[in-house]
Ligand binder design. Structure first.
Ligand SMILES: NC(=O)c1ccc[n+]([C@@H]2O[C@H](COP(=O)([O-])OP(=O)(O)OC[C@H]3O[C@@H](n4cnc5c(N)ncnc54)[C@H](O)[C@@H]3O)[C@@H](O)[C@H]2O)c1
Ligand SMILES: [Zn+2]
Ligand SMILES: [Zn+2]
Length: 387
């Protein structure tokens, strides 16, 4: 089959690779009909995720038609149309029974990314996300093996086209978890840093839950303009005018917003010093976005962090967090937990995640698609690939 494989920094290619097969009794084999490129894939593409090896198949946002199932798969049969969560969870361990699926203790044979790990098990395996997260082949491919098929896959009712439901695999539940973690409700004020797909899904969910004011910060006007049109955000281009957090504080009565969402993560575009420090590996992450989140939130407020971080950050103002009495919630999304309600919201017409798609391309063109999404060429917001 054809699959998008990693060859090195900014070098991904569509190669011919062996077809996957059922390996465990609760596996299913999926013929992929739609797959997307995520901002998380860009961290791999930039060579920033250790233990990503040449030949690894990338991709963790995908859906398709079930080709075959192992003998222990219940409720799903060949021919069913399903969306697959990017998190692989067993459904039975200490964390899964608490609905903390991305903390699943049993699926990841890799090390995970915690630095000061002591003896704890790694977090859940993820599709196509380095050997730290299990080395599980991803879904930017014609076919994929899906482990734990009794826990993840969501059957899609007839009449809902792929594009309307594809983002249930990752970015829609990620945006939803981000706003729930931020405590967003009717009348809330919110600032979202990052107007990429995760920031946009956060804005969509925040609107649905009744947020009153949503600031959105980025440097790409085409993304900010889209968010203004689609979700009524107040756009702030951080490269123009004063500091973005300062402008947010000024526009909220000198206090700051109830909550901030960091939908940027560790590759935040920041100061020159920070770029040098992370290149020299003296720090793991750029702290630009999280520092802005701390500065723009009001006392007693919440910072929600769906953006990925790794290792340490210099100039992390923990004293400001203490002084302002802030709550921080972060982490990979517990995708499985949110799927039934999000599918309902889509069916009821309350969420339209597909409107963010800007490019539809063939899997064969995946390398060009990565380049375009990475460089923000051609006003790229989100790419869907079809095998
Ligand atoms: N928690 C999860 O489970 C989960 C799931 C999906 C994605 N993610 C992460 O969410 C983040 C965003 O993903 P995406 O798909 O939207 O990616 P993206 O790269 O398309 O978007 C990131 C946006 O942040 C903007 N940005 C960069 N530096 C900034 C700064 N200093 N201030 C404000 N904006 C800045 C960029 O211009 C870009 O528009 C990534 O880190 C990704 O890995 C996490
Ligand atoms: Zn993702
Ligand atoms: Zn588990």
């Amino acid at each position: 089959m054809k699959a998008l494989t990693y060859h090195g920094t900014k070098d991904v290619r569509v190669d011919n690779v062996p077809d996957p097969t059922i390996q465990e009794p609760d596996d299913l084999l999926l013929r992929i009909t739609a797959t997307a490129i995520c901002g998380s894939d860009l961290h791999l593409y930039h060579g920033k995720v250790p233990e990503t090896l040449p030949g690894d198949i990338l991709g963790h946002e995908f859906m398709g038609i079930v080709e075959d199932v192992g003998p222990e798969v219940r409720h799903i049969a060949p021919g069913d149309r399903v969306v697959i969560p990017f998190v692989i969870a067993c459904g039975q361990c200490y964390f899964c029974v608490k609905n903390l699926f991305s903390a699943c203790e049993t699926t990841n044979e890799g090390r995970g990314a915690i630095m000061n790990k002591k003896g704890i098990p790694p977090a859940a395996a993820l599709f196509g996300f380095s050997h730290l997260y299990g080395g599980v082949p991803g879904g930017q491919a014609e076919f994929v093996r899906v482990p734990k098929a009794n826990v993840g896959p969501l059957k899609i009712p007839h009449g809902l086209e792929d594009e309307r439901v594809l983002f249930l695999s990752d970015i829609l539940p990620t945006g939803y978890q981000a706003v729930l973690n931020a405590g967003v409700g009717p009348g809330s004020t919110l600032a979202i840093f990052g107007a990429g797909p995760v920031g946009l899904m956060s804005a969509a969910c925040a609107r649905m839950l009744g947020a009153e004011t949503i600031f959105m910060v980025d440097r790409f006007d085409y993304r900010l303009e889209f968010a203004k049109e689609a979700y009524g955000v107040i756009p702030i281009n951080y490269e123009i005018g004063d500091d973005a957090a300062e402008r947010i504080v000024e526009q909220t009565g000198g206090r700051g917003v109830d909550a901030t969402i960091d939908a940027v993560g560790f590759e935040a575009h920041g100061s020159a010093t920070e770029t040098v420090l992370s290149t020299l590996k003296l720090e793991g992450s750029s702290g630009k976005a999280i520092r802005q989140c701390i500065a723009a939130v009001r006392r007693g407020g919440t910072i929600s962090v769906p953006g990925i971080y790794t290792g340490f950050i210099h100039g992390f103002l923990f004293g400001d967090i203490f002084e302002k009495g802030l709550t921080i919630k972060a982490g990979q999304t517990h995708v499985q937990r949110f799927l039934p309600e999000l599918l309902n919201f889509i069916q009821e017409g309350r969420l339209h995640p597909d409107i963010i798609i800007s490019h539809r391309m063939a899997l064969d063109e995946a390398a060009q698609a990565y380049h375009m999404f990475d460089q923000k060429h051609d006003a790229c917001r989100k790419v869907v690939l079809t095998p």
